[in-house]
Design a protein around this ligand. Structure first.
Ligand SMILES: Nc1ncnc2c1ncn2[C@@H]1O[C@H](COP(=O)(O)OP(=O)(O)OP(=O)(O)O)[C@@H](O)[C@H]1O
Length: 239
């Protein structure tokens, strides 16, 4: 089984010369198809930086980072765009467009994919909105929705094009505990149904049970490295 994400000796720094500030040091890990991995660690330890590298939103400086078999180190803008299109993103604040309805926000993701025929936009978007429990809010504007409902629209938007990888940065931090629970339950259910790998950054201890694996980051290093972890096939084989 090919990993969805594969990081090898990955280093990253902000700044240059005397002001060089190492942020990520010798990061090694893999994420396999269908796995849900939670990334935890103190504020400033480098979690968001790692997530944005994986999402092709920053350039890899040193080491290897393969996403869906595409090496991001040295990748062209075009290659990065192609990789980004295959990833679903969910951020702390849903980032919905206020001027578009719920349907319009979800449909936007599909428009990035020229291979998806226009006639499929509506049925696909509605199916996802039903899956996140918002079938009756399709034509609403975001301002009429609660925080939890907005975040569920963001999930639908992230998953509607059936990405192989979902990156979520603090998806529950702006939500009360019940809405937060609903949001991660939906992420877990849809990810498993679609065989999508998930990397989720959180400080929220209440949602750790959805993880197949938890990675701890401290001062830009992963504490539990790949070498100490069982291979996913081994885990699956256990009773
Ligand atoms: N654009 C930037 N330029 C310089 N330093 C930065 C930049 N962005 C982040 N940093 C620094 O990099 C370090 C890691 O930041 P990062 O946002 O990845 O941490 P984090 O673990 O996600 O933190 P939090 O949990 O608070 O979101 C921090 O010390 C931060 O100040």
């Amino acid at each position: 089984m090919q990993p969805t994400v594969s990081a090898l000796n990955l280093n990253y720094a902000f700044g240059q010369g005397n002001l060089l500030k190492p942020i990520l040091t010798n990061i090694n890990f893999d994420i396999y198809p269908g796995e849900i991995v939670i990334l935890m660690g103190p504020s400033g330890s480098g979690k968001t930086t790692l997530l944005t590298l994986i999402g092709g939103l920053r350039s890899v400086q040193e080491g290897s980072l393969k996403i869906l078999n595409q090496e991001l180190h040295g990748a062209s803008k075009r290659q990065l765009t192609t990789v980004r299109k295959q990833i679903g993103f969910i951020f702390q604040y849903h980032n919905l467009l206020k001027c578009l309805t719920v349907y319009g926000n979800v449909q936007m993701s599909l428009k990035l994919h020229s291979e998806i025929p226009k006639c499929e936009y509506r049925p696909r978007a509605i199916a996802l909105l039903e899956a996140v429990g918002l079938a009756d809010r399709v034509d609403y504007y975001p301002e009429k929705l609660s925080g939890g409902q907005k975040q569920r629209v963001a999930i639908a938007r992230a998953l509607v094009a059936q990405p192989k990888l979902l990156l979520a940065d603090e998806p529950t931090s702006s939500l009360d505990s019940k809405s937060g629970r609903d949001v991660v339950d939906i992420i877990q259910r849809l990810a498993k149904e679609e065989g999508c790998s998930v990397l989720l950054v959180t400080h929220d201890n209440r949602i750790l049970d959805i993880a197949d694996r938890i990675l701890q980051m401290e001062d830009g290093q992963l504490l539990n490295t790949l070498a100490q972890l069982p291979h996913p096939m081994e885990r699956l084989a256990r009773p």
